[in-house]
Design a protein around this ligand. Structure first.
Ligand code: FEO
Length: 403
């Protein structure tokens, strides 16, 4: 996509990446793609805000060139050091010989360690202001959104906040730049939530603190470095973040994430019975076959919902490995204090239920139901499973476990 104006003198000059399979080497985006949004403030003093991944310097430089000669850049603002935003730094520096890098004090050391760049770098302080002519920018330190060095840049005359990872989402722009150009926000909200649950959610206090600061700013545009730019309904992304940050401690949405893993079908038959019970209770249900579902999608569901049912075959006296992997991810991302239930089949001595209890303890999950059985489930067992699903789902009223 070519350079596009977002406000007078402020341009999107970013890059759309349709060839990356795993963002951060972890999160699947082969279908969705991702953007590395960079922005250019074209004034007497010319400022590039954020860059792109290593593989994309030519597209970034081409877009910059549509607005100004890269050699005319005075400053390159690095809001966040992660290489999806800085990978092409050296290539851009080569074409912008008079540009000085502006970054937070913590980012300065990272510039040296990641890129061996230590000259042409100036640390900026929280609240520092830089006059550009008709425009002016101020810097807001927002540590842990996403790394400790991260900051945002506020163009104060046009009310544009360059938020980097915050308010970002997976997916390419496909000919549009602004969220208000989408016929529906539903799909993008899902991708923004997945991005949040995968990448941003681990530091909720940092998110809360940043929200409190930026909600005081007279903003006209929220311009993240992934996904769509917001020039209308700014309350929408702000409201998403206010809601999502609360999922760290609850309350959560009343709903059930059902994680299952079956070896020969004897656990899967019980999954179907349990699912019938949950559906009968009228509670939203999201099923994930852990053998195939990526943790990226599982985490987004676990993060938002109050209930988890784990259906696991016993494997070598423990949980079925793909189920165990999903639970390790939940622990890693601190998806704590949910209500939980367990069902599963074993061949001889059992063990899945026992290991689940250990994992649930580490997760501070309140296990309300457990049904472990030998071999294939009988019709009576399946009825028990359906009733288990119904009771568990019906008990999720309000979505709160610990008040
Ligand atoms: Fe988009 Fe934390 O990098």
């Amino acid at each position: 996509m070519p350079a596009l104006p977002i406000r007078p003198g402020v341009y999107w000059v970013g890059v759309e990446d349709r060839t990356v399979d795993l963002f951060e080497g972890l999160w699947p985006v082969a279908e969705e793609g991702v953007t590395y949004n960079a922005y250019l403030i074209d004034d007497r003093v010319k400022v590039l805000v954020d860059l792109a991944a290593e593989k994309a310097p030519e597209e970034l430089l081409r877009n910059i060139s549509e607005v100004t000669d890269p050699a005319e850049l005075d400053y390159i603002v690095i809001n966040h050091m992660e290489p999806d935003h800085t990978g092409c730094l050296r290539a851009v520096l080569d074409r912008a010989p008079k540009a000085t890098i502006l970054a937070s004090p913590k980012a300065v050391g990272m510039l040296a360690s990641f890129y061996q760049v230590s000259d042409r770098v100036r640390a900026v302080k929280d609240g520092e202001r830089l006059e550009l002519g008709q425009h002016a920018i101020e810097f807001l330190e927002t540590p842990f959104l996403h790394w400790p060095e991260t900051m945002m840049t506020h163009e104060v005359t046009q009310g544009v906040l360059f938020t980097c990872d915050a308010f970002g989402g997976f997916g390419t722009l496909d000919g549009r730049l602004f969220a208000d150009q989408l016929p529906s926000l539903d799909a993008y909200e899902r991708e923004a939530l997945r991005y949040y649950a995968n990448i941003v959610s681990l530091y909720p206090k940092a998110v809360t603190k940043a929200l409190a600061r930026l909600e005081k700013l007279p903003l006209q545009v929220i311009a993240p470095s992934h996904g769509f730019v917001w020039r209308e309904e700014l309350e929408r992304p702000l409201g998403w973040y206010r809601k999502w940050v609360q999922y760290a401690d609850g309350p959560w949405e009343p709903g059930v994430t059902l994680l299952h893993g079956s070896m020969h079908g004897n656990t899967l038959r019980m999954v179907e019975a349990v699912a019938r019970g949950v559906e009968r209770a009228g509670v939203p249900l999201s099923l994930f076959d852990t053998r195939h579902a990526h943790p990226s999608h599982i985490l987004a569901s676990l993060y938002t919902q109050s209930g988890v049912i784990v259906a696991s075959a016993t494997y070598e006296a423990g949980l079925f490995p793909p189920v165990e992997d999903a639970l390790r991810w939940a622990e890693r991302k601190r998806i704590l204090k949910r209500k939980a239930a367990f069902v599963g089949s074993y061949g001889w001595g059992g063990g899945g239920k026992r290991e689940f209890a250990k994992r649930a303890e580490a997760l501070q999950w309140e296990v309300q139901e457990a049904l472990e059985y030998a071999g294939a489930p009988t019709p009576e067992r399946l009825s028990e499973g359906e009733e288990l699903g119904y009771r568990f789902a019906a008990g999720l009223a309000g979505g709160e476990v610990n008040g």
